[in-house]
Design a binder for this molecule. Sequence first.
Ligand code: AHZ
Length: 327
Amino acid sequence: MSATQTATQTDNATSQLQLNATPIRHALSDIVHEEDWSDFKFAPIRESTVSRAMSSRYFKDLDKHAVSDVIIIGAGSSGLSAAYVIAKNRPDLTITILEANVALGGGGNLGGQLFSAMIMRKPSHLFLNELEIPYEDEGDYVVVKHAALFTATIAAKVLSFPNVKLFNATAVEDLVTRPKGSNGEVTVAGVVTNWTLVTMAHGLQSCMDPNVIELSGYQDDGTRDMSQKHGVVLSTTGHDGPFGAFSAKRIVAIDKNKKLGGMKGLDMNRAEAGVVKNAGKYQGVDSMYFAGMEVAELHGCNRMGPTFGAMAVSGIKAAEEILKHFS
Ligand code: AHZ
């Protein structure tokens, strides 16, 4: 062995020793001394205290959000993008997100074919910059190393806004409508909800009635309060599936002038442009907005497959229109 090799080995051994000597630090270091856990204790609690801590908050939230300014159906990538923009700009609005699944993110927890990475075409990376989500820049597109990094980051930010409440495991089963004028037209006035597990079990039990979340802007007798801006529903339930395209399918039953467009075959360039172009206010029925893949089902755009730029951008566009409505 040469003298240089010996010196290198000695250096490596010394730095390893230094690493081993670095004291371990973690959140409990100040109360657990010298790695001795034998006296570790939790603060005491009663089981009923835990139950009350959860249920009292849940029902207080349910009470507060029974009338909401903005109801977002679906917490996928488009719904969360819209929620972030609306909540950030208007902390005074009561924003309710209803998600049928337990987990947030819809298709935004994975890339395509259950791969991890999320692809976003430029300029949607500007939204990633705002959210401080790291990515690899590949020129015309960027890559987030795991789609769940996008979902987890935006979900954390959305849920931190005090005016946002997420009710997950809660499915929207119908829209509330009220007459508008005398020619049979209606306006959307809220949503009908149920625990998702109940929604899935309607065929197994006798009638299990739902709950309702109403939009703001009505008086006690159900008539419009003209001194207030009317609340809105933004539907982002994704493409057709067990739960998807929910409001698109419902709205064509309500609006006699509209037929379901039906999502067309995959064409990334056309699809992303088409979804963004058609996202936002639905012209046929008042107070109804759409973003994300549900727009493709409603208006007959192509699907884009695993590129998520249009999910973020259609959410931002719908949010901008909703903010304009409330301004
Ligand atoms: O659980 C659904 C999902 O999380 C939820 N949802 C659907 N119906 C609901 C209902 N009540 C409450 N009735 C409901 N929640 O809506 C969420 C939709 O998320 P998503 O990720 O499916 O939709 P998105 O439009 O935000 O993103 C689509 C992502 C896709 S699919 C696709 C392709 O197939 O080509 N490409 C992309 C980018």
